[in-house]
Design a protein. Sequence first.
Length: 257
Amino acid sequence: MDLGIKGRKAIVCAASKGLGRACAFSLAREGVDVVITARTAETLERTAEDIRLATGVSVTAVAGDITTEAGRDAALAACPEPDILVNNAGGPPAGDFRNWDRDTWIRAIDGNMLTPIFLIRAVVDGMCARGFGRIVNITSASVKSPIPTLGMSNGARAGLTGFVAGLARQVARHNVTINNLLPGPFLTDRLRGTANPPPGKTVEDVIAERAANSPAGRVGDPAEFGEACAFLCGAQAGFIVGQNLLLDGGAFNATLG
């Protein structure tokens, strides 16, 4: 299926590995020129070269922390008029909320709520003026089904979800869509980092148990997440507005998602 976005320009945040990398690859395969960001320059440049070799599109690597004003400014300087924005940032640490002080909370809110909002603010009016825009926010399955040990992620991402729900309806008439992708367990460093195996078990044991307990019988492949992102960015997806697409292998048990 031709998604009709060849020649478009995209910013994909936190794209050196994991789900962000998969999204950048999928967009590039559709002929989209991508600007990718991440904090670690060496890893980011390797990803950029992999995408160039595999797809032949223009790939610009912008090293920096997207959760800072300087990081956002650098990404926007490299692509001041993107057609597509994929918001993504590493999630805050797990733990007990009793141990989190105000500064810890502010870092979580900055990274997983305010950073996407500031990037949307920077690009959405230009998208509206040009008559095309696709914004996809990578949030978390915890928006629908909170994870007890990820309270900061639950809270910050839910705040972003509420903001997007209102804004998406205001810009849709300009062929600008804003939607959220909610990943469950995908085989990424984040999944390994939050596995928290009990004594006598390994990280791989915990991931295998999660796979066995999933209705799909496995954890997700980042590549399939990337393809879902690319579809939401496609020209044919203009009637999908303000939605929260859950990719969790069926783990969230509900008649209506």
